[in-house]
Design a protein around this ligand. Structure first.
Ligand code: GLU
Length: 438
C-alpha cells in the first residue's frame, strides 16, 4: 500500500513550493488509493513555531489537501528517537561528541559509495567518504532532521518520499542511516525547484509566495491547485484546465519533469478567471462578501439578489475576488472620483454637454429603469441628435462610473439605478461640462 507524507518544518508560512510538494504527495496517494500523512518536523526549537504550524495546516485545508493520518509532531516523539540512538550507540555506529560544551550524539559515517535511483532524476551516486560524521541528537536532546526523518519514515512505513530537490544532499546521509539500522529505505522522488519568471529561484522578491497571500488576494483554491499542479507535472497532453478528479486519475511521477518550472503570474490570473467563470454565482456572492467587507462595504446593507446580478455582470471580467471590488467600487459608493485627464478627454465639449443634457432629460422621464428600456431611450437620444451611438457611449460611461472601462452600459445603469445615474449625470453637467446648469 502506497504511503506518502508531507513533512514540513514549521519555520515559515506555507509557500508555493511547500504546497506543490504537499499536492504531489496527495495526488500520488489518491491516484494509488494510498495514505497521505502529515508530519510536523518541529525539532528545531528555535525556529519552529505554533503560528507556522497552524498556517501550514490551514493552508492545506484551504487547498483541499486532506490528510489521512496525523499530524504527527516530531517534538512529541523524543523517546522513540532516543531508542534508536541507543541502538546505534550500542552497535558502535554512533558515538557521543561534545557540541557547545554539551553532550551530543554523532553518526559514524561509513566510506561506502551510496547510490539510489531517484524516480525523477534517475540514478544518483554519492561518495560517502566525503560526508562527515553528522549529529543525530543535538545537545538540547532533540534529534536532527536527517535522523528523525529516517526513524519516522521507517516507523510509518513510508513507501515513497516525494520532496524538493534541496534535500538531495541529505539523501546519502539518510540512506546510510537506513543501512546502519537495517531498515528498508523508501523510494525517493526529488522535485526540481520552482523558478520565478526571471529564471531565479522563486522568492519573495517575485511577489506573493505564501499560500495565505493568495488566499487573501482572492484566488480560488481549485485554481491555485490546478496552477501549482502544472509547475512540474503535465497531464500528458496540452490541457491546462485540469480538475482534481482528472489530476488524480492522470497523476504519475513519470510525468513530473526533471527541469525547473517557472511561475507565470499571468497564467495564474488567467486560470483563476476561468475558475471564477465556472463557479456558480451564488457561491461567488458568498466568497466575495468578506472581500467587500474588508474593502469597507457594508455588506449587510447590500441586497443579495442585486449583488448576484452584479456578480453575473462582472463574472467574465474579474481575475480575483479582490479584483471584483476594484472593478465595481463605483456601485458601492454614492460619490465617485473623476480623474482630471479622463474628464478633459471625454466630458469637456459642447457637443457632449448637449448630448448628456438630452440623456438626463430622457432618463428622468423613464418609468422603468431596465436594460431594454434604457437602450431604447438612449438610442432615441442619438437619433434625435443625429450622432452615432459611439459618440455618446464613452462620455456617458465616464459620467456614471468615473471610468473608461466597465461592463455593458445599459446593464450598468440598470444596476446603478435611476437615482444614482441621474445624480452622477447632473453632477458632471454642473461640475465639468461647459454649457450652463440643468
Ligand atoms: N522538513 C523538511 C522540509 O520542510 C522535509 C523534508 C522531507 O520531506 O524529507 O523541507
Amino acid at each position: 500500500m502506497v504511503h506518502v507524507r508531507f513533512s514540513p518544518s514549521p519555520t515559515g508560512f506555507l509557500h508555493v513550493g511547500g504546497a506543490r510538494t504537499a499536492l504531489y504527495n496527495w495526488l500520488f496517494a489518491r491516484h494509488h488509493g494510498g495514505i497521505f500523512s502529515l508530519r510536523i518536523e518541529d525539532t528545531d526549537r528555535q525556529r519552529s513555531s505554533e503560528e507556522f504550524t497552524k498556517d501550514i495546516m490551514a493552508g492545506l485545508q484551504w487547498l483541499g489537501l486532506d490528510w489521512d493520518k496525523g499530524p504527527i509532531f516530531q517534538s512529541q516523539r523524543l523517546e522513540t528517537y532516543n531508542r534508536y540512538v541507543e541502538m546505534l550507540l550500542s552497535s558502535g555506529k554512533a558515538y557521543y561528541s561534545e557540541e557547545e560544551g554539551k553532550k551530543a550524539v554523532r553518526f559514524k559515517m561509513s566510506d561506502d559509495t551510496l547510490e539510489f535511483k531517484d524516480l525523477i532524476r534517475g540514478t544518483i551516486t554519492f561518495d560517502a567518504s566525503l560526508i562527515e560524521d553528522f549529529v543525530l541528537r543535538k545537545a538540547d536532546g532533540f534529534p536532527t532532521y536527517n535522523f528523525a526523518c529516517v526513524v519516522d519514515d521507517a516507523e510509518m512505513k513510508i513507501t515513497h518520499v516525494i520532496r524538493g530537490d534541496d534535500h538531495i544532499a541529505n539523501t546519502p546521509k539518510q540512506l546510510a542511516l537506513y543501512k546502519a539500522l537495517e531498515l528498508e529505505a523508501p523510494k525517493f522522488a526529488h522535485l526540481p525547484m520552482i523558478l520565478g519568471e526571471d529564471g531565479a529561484r522563486l522568492s519573495k522578491r517575485h511577489g506573493a509566495t505564501a499560500v495565505k497571500e493568495y488566499m487573501e488576494l482572492g484566488y480560488l483554491p481549485d485554481a491555485l491547485v490546478n496552477f501549482i499542479a502544472l509547475l512540474g507535472w503535465a497531464p500528458g497532453d496540452d490541457r491546462e484546465l485540469v480538475s482534481r478528479e482528472e489530476m488524480i486519475k492522470d497523476f504519475t511521477l513519470e510525468r513530473v519533469g526533471s527541469t525547473s518550472a517557472r511561475f507565470n503570474k499571468t497564467k495564474l490570473d488567467w486560470m483563476n478567471s476561468q475558475y471564477i467563470r465556472q463557479t456558480p454565482s451564488e457561491e461567488l456572492v458568498r466568497l466575495l462578501k468578506p472581500f467587500l467587507s474588508r474593502a469597507g462595504v457594508n455588506v449587510e446593507g447590500v441586497e443579495e439578489s442585486w449583488l448576484k446580478r452584479l456578480v453575473e455582470l462582472y463574472k467574465e471580467r474579474f481575475k480575483t475576488l479582490q479584483d471584483f471590488f476594484l472593478q465595481t467600487s463605483f456601485f458601492f459608493t454614492e460619490e465617485i472620483e473623476y480623474q482630471p485627464e479622463v474628464v478633459d478627454k471625454h466630458l469637456k465639449s459642447e457637443e457632449i454637454t448637449g448630448l448628456l443634457h438630452e440623456v438626463h432629460d430622457a432618463l428622468s422621464g423613464l418609468e422603468e429603469f431596465k436594460k431594454e428600456t434604457l437602450e431604447g431611450c438612449l438610442r432615441g437620444v442619438v437619433e434625435r441628435k443625429h450622432v452615432g451611438f459611439g459618440k455618446l457611449a464613452q462620455p456617458l460611461r465616464v459620467a456614471i462610473t468615473g471610468r473608461t472601462v466597465s461592463a455593458g452600459l445599459f446593464e450598468t445603469m440598470e444596476l446603478l439605478g435611476k437615482e444614482r445615474t441621474l445624480k452622477r449625470l447632473s453632477h458632471c453637467l454642473h461640475t465639468f461640462c461647459r454649457a450652463g446648469s440643468i
